[in-house]
Write a protein that binds this ligand. Structure first.
Ligand code: CA
Length: 692
């Protein structure tokens, strides 16, 4: 009698044979293929290309000699003016990517022919409860399916061939302000996903779901839960001792909104956690607040915690530890070490032993780090400075909360031992905790004193962060080279065996640099600022480079000319190859002329100041610092007709389905009209400044 296992084997072989003869077979990415992704040079199978997330491509058709003929071969304009942050996946000739509101696009990777689009129909009202634009950073792929985290907290499995959903599960309590912006990852047949929402008051966690069924396999929390209930794990019991006060009652924060890295060698998953709720330590009762702003290692099989390293103990500056995590083997003090690396928002580049969590080094990689003078080489704890924190007293600290380096992916040339990252030097933040802070579930709970309008605010507005592409040597703990960029903010990076580093920037330029020394070799004007990382792949034996173009996100709210060159506009996807000659037509966006105020300012200067406080609290996050907007309408240019509709838009939700939710539960007509007077005063100020 035939045994069940041999029957399964025969059946499997039959299915494989059928699949291989089918011309339009669904792409199959399995565990073996993911582990060997580095040698699969044609494809980009997972977020960071390989499980070590080094974003290094072995391809060399496009190299430091041939790149002069690199040109556009196909492009698509996308229906958005918001940030595009995704890393496309490329699997056997098909390119998959994501855009605003978690929409998925599939294209023929060689020709750009649109194959299908999947819109998860995210309720636009969730825009109220996302900190940093309506973004999505990409997909995971496994055994014929794609996996998408949606802005409203769902995990959706799609057929890679058709884009039709296979299963769709909610990963969050929809009554709480959770969101998902990050890309899922695959480990041991499961799909891993975290979430965001620490600014609004949620409890962070990472979950693993069965890729076939969507059933949850495990969930691991990042901060302790309700103190009146038993701990879920020993790790939560340890963490609870580092919290005082009531911060945990509102969730605590510590959300895993970006990095999740699987290590098949050690069977571990490493992930980062974000800030606490509120941003400032003293408003959370003090203490280290484990595990906010930490890197955690758990067993991939069970989620059981193996080690933790808190990058910024008691995170007091919204530094998070959600920047990309990259794995490598480095020779440290003469011995090979399996490490993970992170270029933190806090301005230090970390090297950690990934088997044990032992701190190896933390080195300042930008200028203007004032919150700490260094990292203690024995304990791995930062040596905090009073310059960046003085209790409840406002201080100017650096880096700012967009960070010395944020979520933008980093890449590595393993032969040279260099890590390439976009850096921001000398950014500053008004660190002003609000002594009257009270948690409110209806709004963002930064705990920032929005009434502060002293000289530090003027210094903040006048500060220009200097953008750089940095080639960091993590062993020598110094930069091999630095390139100063025209814009403060730059995008994710790609490294290739063609001796190239490619990177876009906020000024809309996609650039290629020689990996050895940073010499600029090539550039292309993409028309709109770039934050996403380029990817490269083969289709029909030819090498292509693709990048998502779209400006906004956590940096999109700082659009004054003084804060560095930025270029908001319409989003697009661009693909290049040697000899490409296609062109893009960039539709006009934004305003060339100064605003002409639609209405006169009728309020007193005191009322305008009150409007400014309310604006900063409720509107700034999308409509920009000082009412200078990028990705969303610039309110200073609102017409008289729009002003006439103000109540129905802001209170009535008339434009909710365009992404402008109702604020009826937070504002009334009196407050709204104070905000209106502030916006009109900003329009008048810009108008009069232009005349002088
Ligand atoms: Ca944060």
């Amino acid at each position: 009698m035939r045994s069940p296992s041999s029957f399964v084997l025969v059946a499997t072989l039959l299915v494989s044979a059928l699949a291989c003869t089918s011309a339009d077979r669904a792409p199959v990415v399995d565990d073996a293929r993911l582990v060997a992704a580095n040698t699969d040079s044609a494809n980009w199978l997972t977020y960071g290309r390989t499980y070590d997330e080094q974003r290094f491509s072995p391809l060399r058709q496009v190299n430091d000699s041939t790149i002069t003929t690199l040109g556009l071969v196909w492009s698509h304009d996308l229906p958005t003016t918001r940030a595009l942050e995704a890393t496309p996946l490329v699997i056997d000739g098909t390119l998959y990517t994501t855009g605003s509101w978690s929409v998925v696009y599939a294209y023929d990777a060689a020709t750009g022919k649109a194959l299908w689009t999947y819109d998860p129909k995210v309720d636009r009202k969730v825009a109220r409860f996302v900190c940093c634009d309506v973004v999505n950073r990409g997909l995971a792929a496994y055994k014929g399916k794609l996996f998408l985290g949606t802005l409203d907290g769902r995990l959706v499995a799609l057929s890679a061939k058709t884009g039709i959903p296979v299963w769709d599960v909610s990963t969050v309590d929809r009554n709480k302000p959770y969101a998902i912006s990050g890309a899922p990852r695959i480990a041991m047949g499961r799909v891993l996903i975290g979430n965001a929402g620490a600014e609004f008051g949620v409890r962070g966690y990472l979950s693993a779901y069965d890729t076939e069924t969507g059933a949850m396999a495990w969930r691991v929390y990042t901060v302790p839960g309700d103190p009146s209930k038993p701990f879920e794990s020993k790790a939560m019991e340890v963490a609870a001792k580092t919290w005082q006060g009531d911060a945990l009652k509102t969730g605590g924060g510590g959300t895993t909104w970006d990095p999740i890295v699987y290590d098949p060698e050690l069977g571990l998953v490493y992930f980062g956690t974000g800030n606490g709720t509120a941003w400032y330590r003293d408003l959370r009762g003090g203490g280290d607040n484990l595990y906010v702003a930490s890197i955690l290692a758990v067993k991939a099989e069970t989620g059981e915690q193996v080690w933790h390293y808190q990058v910024t103990p008691g995170d007091n500056w919204d530094f998070d530890a959600d920047q990309p995590i990259m794995l490598a083997t480095l020779t440290v003090a003469g011995a090979p070490r399996k490490v993970l690396m992170q270029a933190s928002k806090n301005g230090f580049f970390y090297v950690i032993d990934r088997a044990t969590g032992q701190f190896i080094s933390g080195t300042q990689f930008v200028e203007g780090v004032t919150w700490a003078t260094g990292i203690d080489s024995v304990t791995g704890r930062p040596i905090e400075s009073k310059v960046g924190y003085d209790g409840m007293k406002p201080v100017l600290s650096g880096p700012d909360n967009s960070g010395a380096h944020n979520w933008n992916p980093i890449s590595m040339d393993p032969a040279r031992g260099l890590v390439f990252l976009g850096a921001r030097n000398n950014s500053v933040e008004v660190h002003a905790p609000d002594k009257n802070f009270k948690y409110d579930a209806k709004e963002a709970n930064l705990g920032k004193d929005n009434t502060y309008a002293g000289p530090l605010w003027a210094k903040f507005l006048a500060t220009v962060a200097r953008g750089e592409l940095v080639a960091w040597n993590p062993v020598e703990r110094k930069a091999a080279w630095r390139v100063v960029l025209p814009s403060g903010q730059s995008g994710g990076t790609l490294a290739t065996a063609g001796n190239l580093v490619m990177q876009g920037a906020a000024d809309g330029m996609l650039r290629a640099f020689r990996g050895a020394d940073g010499t600029k070799l090539w550039e292309f004007d993409a028309g709109t600022g770039i934050m996403a990382p380029p990817v490269t792949y083969l289709a029909g034996g030819k090498q292509y480079v693709t990048v998502m173009v779209g400006w906004g996100g956590p940096s999109g709210h700082v659009n004054q000319p003084t804060n560095g060159l930025t270029k908001p506009g319409f989003g697009r996807i661009l693909t290049f190859a040697l000899g490409g000659t296609a062109k893009i037509v960039v539709p006009p966006y934004g305003h060339k002329e100064p605003p002409v105020p639609a209405l006169p300012v009728t309020a007193t200067s005191e009322q305008v100041a009150m409007g400014n406080v309310l604006y900063n609290k409720f509107c700034l996050r999308c409509h920009g610092v000082a009412a200078v907007a990028g990705p969303v309408p610039d309110l200073r240019y609102s017409s008289a007709a729009t002003h006439a509709m103000l109540d129905s838009i802001v209170l009535g939700g008339a434009r909710a389905q365009l992404g402008m939710p109702s604020f009826k539960d937070l504002l009334d007509t009196t407050k709204l009209h104070l905000i209106q007077q502030y916006v009109l005063s900003q329009a008048a100020a810009a108008s009069s400044a232009a005349k002088h």
